[in-house]
Write a protein that binds this ligand. Structure first.
Ligand SMILES: [Zn+2]
Length: 346
């Protein structure tokens, strides 16, 4: 089959488009003919070998996690899925045997593996995944929309609904509106929960798109001070909750923008992994901080339910043919996009 893989770590030039053996379908798994794959930061980190993702070669590794396509083969013992089903793939595989998995907290599974990082992924014609990681999508949902969902909507859903318990009468600050997580957070906070949304971004063009998505207020952080502007917009009180997926560069002003007793969620750190926490403010103002990494299989089921009802509409910036994966990686590194970048196959 055709696939894009790496045989060493490095820049986009290490992405090789060529032939790889078809995956074998194990019992309990299904083979998926991939139609669309969404890029995530994890793909870049895996390619570079940064952030603890250094690995031994050979064998080569096929990159890619989030994807959607058609079931092309069903393994022994699989129930409820058949050849031809249109599906979305949850890229985080959990062991389904440990205490965390059995108690429904499979996001805490210590034996979990990520497609395209620990094992071969979705930059390929075919992929074999456990049936528990595959969900049927409705006919009105495109492969592109579905592929754009998992890695952005899982942490956002887990964070907004389960950890921060955001309420319709509350105000949430969403950092960096243009990234996949930012667009998902604005949309879910607004359309699903009904909260007031303040978003941050870097250009007037991105600000207009953030408003279209549902942001009530947008702060251009290249021109305005986030903390001061949040105070003005909240009558001096600060926001009830923060969605942070960018980390070091914005943690200080964003944490200071949180009201006393407010909740701060972190599901990524694209600008840097280390930040300074003012412990005095943390305890005297009784703020709460939550770390969120993806979500449970039940979170995924709920998101797919909303996707199929049309309540969730992922933002796709651009699509590239699979063979041009390196160009897609360069586009992601350049950060001049709004929403998700995708690889598609006919
Ligand atoms: Zn487990």
């Amino acid at each position: 089959m055709q696939a894009v893989y790496i045989e060493s770590h490095g820049g986009p030039e290490v992405l090789t488009h060529g032939e790889r053996p078809d995956p074998q379908v194990q019992p309990g798994a299904v083979k998926v003919r991939v139609r669309a794959t969404a890029l995530n930061r994890l793909d870049l980190y895996t390619r570079e070998g940064g952030r603890g993702l250094q690995r031994e070669f050979p064998p080569p590794l096929i990159l890619g996690g989030d994807c959607a396509g058609d079931v092309s083969e069903v393994g022994a013992g699989v129930r409820g899925l058949q050849e031809g089903d249109r599906v979305i793939v949850n890229p985080r595989l959990s062991c389904q045997q440990c205490q965390a998995c059995l108690s429904g907290q499979d996001d805490l599974c210590r034996r979990s593996q990520f497609l395209g990082s620990a094992i071969d992924g979705s930059y390929a014609e075919y992929l074999s995944v456990p049936a528990a990681n595959v969900h049927a999508i409705g006919n009105a949902v495109t492969y592109e929309q579905a592929a754009a969902i998992p890695t952005t909507y899982l942490p956002v859903w887990n964070m907004l609904v389960r950890r921060l318990e955001l309420k319709p009468w509350e105000t949430v600050l969403v950092l960096s509106a243009s990234a996949g997580v930012g667009t998902a957070a604005i949309q879910m906070a607004k359309d699903v929960i009904g909260a007031r949304v303040i978003a941050t971004t870097s250009t007037a063009e991105k600000a207009a798109k953030a408003r279209e998505l549902g942001a009530d207020e947008v702060i251009n952080y290249t021109e305005e001070d986030i903390r001061e502007r949040v105070r003005e917009l909240t009558g001096g009180a600060g926001v009830d909750a923060v969605v942070d997926h960018v980390g070091a560069d914005f943690f200080g002003p964003a944490f200071a923008s949180l009201r006393s007793g407010g909740r701060y969620g972190i599901c990524g750190a694209t600008t840097g992994l280390r930040a300074e926490l003012h412990l005095g403010l943390l305890f005297t103002q009784q703020k709460e901080i939550y770390g969120v990494y993806m979500g449970t299989k039940e979170d995924m089921r709920e998101i797919v339910e909303m996707l199929n009802r049309g309540a969730v509409r992922p933002v796709v910036d651009r699509t590239f043919p699979l063979a041009r994966a390196a160009d897609a990686h360069r586009a992601m590194e350049a950060t001049g996009f709004f929403g998700k970048l995708l690889l598609t196959q006919g």
